[in-house]
Design a protein around this ligand. Structure first.
Ligand code: AMP
Ligand code: ZN
Length: 114
């Protein structure tokens, strides 16, 4: 997956603004933030889209959310609230084809999303 920008981050070839990392996931600030807080949580393994997820990877996806939850608590926005978004394919606006959970916080969110 040498052409995947998020795999390059995992491999250390590109260094994003990392806020959390362990053996399974990497979390980093989005380069074009859409809220005062906007970071991405990605699995270290390459999964192109949600459509490509298999049953065995269910714990890994759970870990994306648990990572978001822990960072929300650590940074004090768990109570006020935050939004998680996972775009799948073109019509949803997915532009990087390596699964990533958006975490947005720090402002009032509109609904429905655009
Ligand atoms: P999506 O449109 O759901 O595929 O989201 C891709 C996200 O990745 C966008 O919010 C981009 O701003 C973000 N992004 C792309 N390249 C980088 C980068 N080098 N560092 C941090 N975030 C990035
Ligand atoms: Zn990748």
């Amino acid at each position: 997956m040498s052409e995947c920008i998020f795999c390059k981050m995992v491999a250390g070839e590109i260094r994003p603004d990392v806020i959390y990392e362990d053996d399974d996931v990497l979390a980093f600030n989005d380069i074009h933030p859409q809220a005062p807080t906007h970071f991405l949580v990605i699995p270290k393994t390459h999964i192109a889209t949600l459509n490509d997820l298999d049953e065995a990877q269910a714990p890994l996806v759970g870990k994306l959310f648990l990572t978001a939850k822990r960072i929300a608590a650590d940074r004090g926005f768990a109570g006020p609230g935050y939004r998680t978004v996972l775009n799948c394919n073109a019509q949803a606006g997915q532009t990087v084809f390596h699964v990533h959970l958006h975490v947005l916080a720090g402002r009032l969110m509109g609904w429905p999303p655009g």
